[in-house]
Design a protein around this ligand. Structure first.
Ligand code: TXA
Ligand code: MG
Length: 332
């Protein structure tokens, strides 16, 4: 039996924040307080750290994550805020409001964090500890609520530890989260719509907009319990090239998405091949999933043959995404 890896817990001090930043920079997972709930933070640009984050939460699917930034200017580097989004940001940031906007082409956030979508959820938290951490880190931090999938969101460091001790690297203990409810999520891609009610009351947002928020179907926002189903998100990512799942061999001219070794029969005749993880490591495979799919899609092959991927650990989420990407969808 291997010893359980340990989770460091530190009460907030300048030194503790500096330690947390070092941990994030090294690809670690750091739980930290925000005004809404505790978040489980990872470097938003590090796909491998994000794959570990999904693994730690035990999420059955790669739901897109919220990118936390220090201020509106940093948010504009990641996403395009139209005048309505910019107005909401001006009034409510920092605070418990998350805006879903189109991704900037130059956005450095890992594809895995936004689940391959063309949109990104952005939030500027108000909690002093979260703000100090973001300022010292100097880049975007993705942070889902710091609970195991299916459990309620944590509002104290103790809650975080009871769910995630041994599964994450560090907990910054900054006392209870004052709001205790997750942020309100507003979709700013179309008519502003409420994706998730939360810590900022709907009426406050509508007062600034001057009209009611559109209602989106409850399914438009994925929860740990009910991840987004195929087609429910208008911008759901699918490659143009059809996928052939559980392929035991590659046909001539196909693109090949491999997993592990040895490569299957016919791989030498493939138009191009990329391996999710030649060592069959699930975390490496998850980190590579969306970028490899995109690269193979760009080859213009008649199909992408995908080798079977075991269903263990992150394999469940990888297979979930592959099934969605392979599902027939209406032309848009
Ligand atoms: O208060 C909060 O928002 C907390 C703290 C830590 O900031 N975070 C949080 O994250 O609640 P999480 O991952 O538990 O919930 C984020 C929700 C998910 O349901 C996800 O589906 C949705 O945001 N989301 C993220 N990106 C999205 C996108 N591009 N389009 C639609 N929904 C998105
Ligand atoms: Mg959550």
């Amino acid at each position: 039996m291997t010893a359980e890896p340990s989770t460091r817990v530190m009460t907030v001090t300048t030194e503790a924040v500096a330690e947390a930043v070092r941990c994030l920079m090294a690809g670690g997972l750091v739980a930290f307080p925000t005004e809404t709930v505790y978040g489980l933070g990872a470097d938003a640009t590090n796909a491998r750290a994000i794959a570990r984050l999904y693994d730690a939460k035990g999420r059955p699917a790669f739901n897109p994550l919220i990118a936390h930034v220090h201020d509106a200017a940093a948010a504009c580097d990641l996403g395009k805020l139209d005048p309505v989004a910019a107005r909401l940001a001006e009034v409510f940031w920092p605070g418990p409001l998350t805006l879903v906007v189109p991704r900037q082409p130059s956005c450095p956030v890992a594809e895995l964090a936004t689940a391959g979508l063309a949109t990104i959820a952005l939030r500027v938290p108000a909690h002093t500890v979260a703000r100090d951490l973001l300022a010292a880190f100097g880049g975007p931090i993705v942070a889902p609520s710091a609970n195991r999938s299916g459990h309620v969101s944590p509002t104290t460091a103790q809650h975080v530890l009871s769910d995630l001790r041994g599964r994450i690297d560090f907990v910054l203990d900054g006392g209870p989260s004052p709001v205790g409810l997750e942020s309100t999520i507003v979709d700013c891609i179309r008519e502003p719509a409420l994706l998730r009610p939360g810590g900022l009351p709907r009426a406050d947002i509508e007062r600034v907009l001057g009209h009611p928020l559109a209602d989106s179907p409850p399914s438009a926002e994925a929860t740990d319990e009910a991840p987004i189903a195929p087609g429910q998100l208008a911008s759901h990512y699918s490659p143009r090239t059809p996928l052939r799942l559980n392929a035991s061999s590659a046909r001539a001219g196909e693109a090949l998405l491999a997993f592990g070794e040895p490569l299957p029969l016919g791989s030498d005749r493939a138009l191009g091949a990329l391996n999710l993880s030649s060592g069959a490591d699930m975390i490496e495979a998850a980190a590579n999933l969306f970028s490899h799919l995109r690269a193979l899609d760009a080859l213009g092959a008649p199909a992408i043959a995908v080798m079977p991927i075991p269903h263990t650990g992150l394999g469940e989420a990888i297979n979930d995404r592959l099934r969605r990407a392979a599902a027939p969808r209406p032309d848009v």
